[in-house]
Design a protein. Structure first.
Length: 349
């Protein structure tokens, strides 16, 4: 169907940004931003990027002013550690009539440097942690903000496989804009008014995916993987409630759907990170040699500090942190989790 948003802008030419650009091209022309001139030229000249064909309706650009001037609907899809700087660069060209739907699954740190997270005596509170939609509102004049959340493995989308997502927003018109721009015979968009829950679910499930990848790297089976995913979901809900979200977003497509997808697929960067760690590679080596950021590693550092401050009982997060950042043996972490005195199965609904 024809979209009233034409063209639509996408910021970020990584695997997911490229996949979203191709999805949007079913319904409209697309401007795909990359700050690298060589990437822009390559896409426009070869119509290929990251091993996939780029739709003829997608035009790459390195001009933020052009993108903001021509596109009312914009999808920023960049790593969480560079999201705020990207918004600061884009903000001078944005106006209140713009609609922003981000596709970044992680947290932003405010007034604290990531390298200071392990400093003795550090107090990390909700005031220091921002979701990406909060960053958009802080750094720009845009009011109508949403997030893209829900099982979206870029490799499967770029291969043309059917998938779905959730657009979370407090504004009905933002949800409708996302549905109009993205719905196709291969892609379905659900809506949710709980944007905070959708963003937290999208970020926190990556921690569980790291652990699930470790189980895969150890050669363990589906029984223990299912247990980890179920208990991981409970921890996600506890985190979400402590940060102001309800439990509802975590039991839908953006929660369970995204969690199961990310925690069971080798196409997931976070699952692959955990698998490589279990097979003997170090955290530093994997981070240096992964082509794109595994968001769960950064989220884990932030969530660990938040859990300490909020005094949350989150054994999976604690053990993942010990393994990833403190070189705690994975086998001992698994033994700890298997003997942890869980008393009640479901106590968060």
């Amino acid at each position: 169907m024809a979209s009233p948003f034409n063209p639509v802008g996408v910021l970020g030419s990584g695997s997911f940004g490229t996949a979203v650009a191709n999805l949007l091209a079913y319904n409209s022309d697309v401007l795909l931003f990359s700050r690298k001139t060589e990437v822009v030229n390559s896409i426009n000249e070869t119509r290929h990027h990251l091993g996939v064909q780029v739709s003829a309706r997608v035009t790459a650009t390195s001009d933020l002013a052009e993108l903001a001037a021509r596109c009312t609907l914009i999808f920023p899809i960049v790593p969480s550690n560079s999201f705020r700087s990207m918004m600061q660069a884009l903000a001078p060209y944005l106006r209140p009539h713009h609609i922003i739907i981000h596709g970044t699954k992680g947290f932003d740190l405010k007034d604290i440097d990531e390298n200071d997270l392990e400093k003795p005596g550090l107090v990390l509170t909700r005031a220091n942690v921002r979701t990406m939609s909060e960053v958009v509102r802080e750094e720009s004049s845009v009011v109508r903000v949403g997030c893209l959340s829900g099982p979206n493995l870029a490799a499967e989308i770029m291969a043309g496989q059917p998938a779905a997502t959730v657009v979370g927003s407090r504004f009905r018109e933002v949800i409708q804009a996302g549905q109009t721009a993205l719905n196709s015979s291969r892609f379905h968009v659900f809506g949710s008014y709980d944007i905070l829950g959708a963003e937290l679910a999208g970020a926190l499930k990556n921690i569980v995916a790291l652990g699930s990848g470790m189980l895969g790297g150890l050669g363990l089976g589906r029984n223990i993987q299912g247990l980890l995913i179920a208990r991981g979901l409970a921890e996600m809900v506890y985190f979400g409630k402590s940060l102001g979200a309800s439990s509802h977003a975590f039991v839908g497509v953006a929660g369970i759907g995204d969690l199961v997808t990310t925690a069971t697929s080798t196409n997931s960067r976070n699952y692959s990170f955990g698998m490589r760690l279990a097979k003997g590679e170090t955290t530093e080596h994997i981070r240096e040699h992964m082509p794109e950021l595994a968001e769960g590693v950064r989220t884990l550092r932030i969530a660990h500090q938040l859990a300490r401050q909020h005094k949350l009982h989150v054994p999976i997060t604690s053990m993942m942190y010990a393994v990833v950042f403190e070189k705690f043996p994975i086998e001992k972490a698994l033994e700890f989790l298997m003997t942890y005195p869980y008393a009640i199965d479901v106590d968060f609904l």
